[in-house]
Write a protein that binds this ligand. Structure first.
Ligand code: FAD
Length: 405
């Protein structure tokens, strides 16, 4: 597979290099990343770093000597601009090009941006990169009122930090509950209550009409006609996978660069991993899924490195995720569908409990808050081969093949 070229030097891209060396690969590795500086972790950007509890250097995933010590060439501030699959060569934004034996696409996602009037005013932010976080952190030290668009993970993590810093925060959410795509109704209700208790106002079923101000944000107007005074607007309205590079090279893309169970694209010399990749997920009967989590980025990188060093196996790691919102640590193991059943374990009033999710009587996911023991057990339970219950056996419509992996 010599040489290995990795497009994208984030969580997944760097891990490919780390794991290739751990697995004994001796050939050249080049990491091409369009951000400047060393690869860093994003989760603290909306948590400890935003709060001011962490310095930028502590975000680095590996210190500078790692790259020389492990013969990993890092081209930072450089974009891969095109892939020539026939010649097995990528073109770079600095005018150069690189030949590859194997190419790994680990180019991540970019934030959706607001399209309403006033979206270009000073004081409107999104949060993905260290640059975004730095700018936002500087600004929140100077403001009193913030509006967050979207009650997803990043929006709510930011809301919790801002509220803790004494900022009046309003969250606008079109859906009827928080983190609706990712968690159960009872867990949503718990988090909505806790955010309200810490002073965050959440407006459900309302959306942003326009942002007003003279050069700088002064207020937000919603589609229900409400005006909310604000010095800052943070848009947490989802992401767009960076699929253009793959699509331009003729590789199939949908909601992500499509791969097989071994994380190979339609071209066996090109893999795709992390936030940008959609793969057939064994936890959802082989449905294509694109996950946005550190676990997925790291484990997919390890899976590709194992294949490139002669130990191929399908990607089947149990998905898990966490989100810290103020004093609450949410942890999710597994993957549930929206209408999976929810069973409460423990008392939400105690502030530490779990919600177990089931589909057709089988455990699909466990959502825990301040219950790390439940989360760790759930990861082990979900990793074990699924069993057939008596009810499953008697039910001819029960999909045996889906669990007979
Ligand atoms: P990234 O880490 O985003 O790396 C992709 C890199 O590729 C980027 O640097 C990008 O600029 C670069 N790139 C794009 N196109 C090109 C190109 N053509 N050429 C070269 N380089 C290119 N996950 C959790 O599990 N828990 C959390 O609590 C959590 N919190 C988060 C908080 C924030 C604020 C954010 C933004 C994300 C959070 N995540 C969290 C998600 C997690 O950070 C991502 O899932 C993870 O970083 C994905 O890794 P990746 O390598 O696929 O993408």
């Amino acid at each position: 597979h010599d040489p290995v070229v990795v497009a994208g030097a984030g969580q997944a891209g760097l891990q490919v290099a780390i794991s290739l060396r751990e697995d004994g690969y001796e050939g050249p590795i080049t990491l091409v990343g369009d951000e400047t500086g060393l690869p860093y972790q994003r989760p603290p950007l909306s948590k400890a770093y935003m709060l001011g509890d962490m310095q930028a250097e502590s975000l680095e995933l590996r210190a500078a000597p790692f790259f020389a010590d492990h013969r990993v060439e890092l081209l930072s501030g450089v974009r891969v601009t095109a892939i020539d699959r026939l010649a097995r060569r990528v073109a770079l934004s600095d005018g150069g090009s690189l030949e590859y034996g194997h190419l790994v696409l680990a180019v991540g996602v970019r934030n959706r941006v607001l399209a309403c009037p006033g979206a270009d005013l000073d004081g409107v932010f999104t949060l993905r990169t260290l640059g975004d976080a730095h700018a936002l952190r500087e600004r929140i030290g100077t403001i009193r009122r913030a509006v967050v668009i979207g009650a997803g993970f990043i929006g709510l993590e930011f809301a919790a930090v801002a509220a803790k810093l004494g900022i009046a925060v309003t969250v606008l959410e079109t859906a009827p509950r928080v983190m609706m795509r990712a968690i159960s109704a009872p867990m949503s209700a718990f988090f909505a209550d806790k955010h309200a208790e810490s002073g965050v106002t959440i407006r459900f079923g309302d959306s942003l009409a326009r942002i007003v101000g003279d050069g700088r944000v002064e207020a937000v107007e919603t589609n229900s006609g409400v005006r909310i005074e604000a010095d800052l607007v943070l848009a947490g309205i989802g992401v767009i996978p960076n699929t253009e590079l793959a699509a331009a090279a003729g590789l199939p893309v949908e909601n992500g660069v499509l791969t097989d169970a071994l994380l190979r694209t339609a071209d066996e010399h090109v893999s795709a991993i992390g936030d940008c990749a959609a793969y057939p997920n064994p936890f959802l009967e082989g449905r294509y899924v694109r996950l946005e989590s550190v676990q997925n980025a790291v484990d997919q990188a390890k899976c590709v490195a194992a294949r490139l060093t002669g130990k191929p196996h399908p990607y089947a790691a149990v998905p898990w995720f966490w989100s810290d919102q103020g004093p609450l640590k949410l942890q999710i193991a597994g993957l549930a569908l929206p209408d999976d059943e929810s069973v409460l374990r423990g008392d939400p009033a105690s502030g530490a409990f779990s919600v177990f999710r089931f589909r057709d009587g089988r455990l699909t996911a466990v959502e825990s808050v301040n219950k790390p023991g439940d989360h760790m057990s759930a990861r082990r339970i979900l990793a074990a081969p699924p069993t057939v219950t008596p009810a499953d056996a008697a039910d001819e419509s029960f999909n045996l093949r889906a669990i007979a992996k």
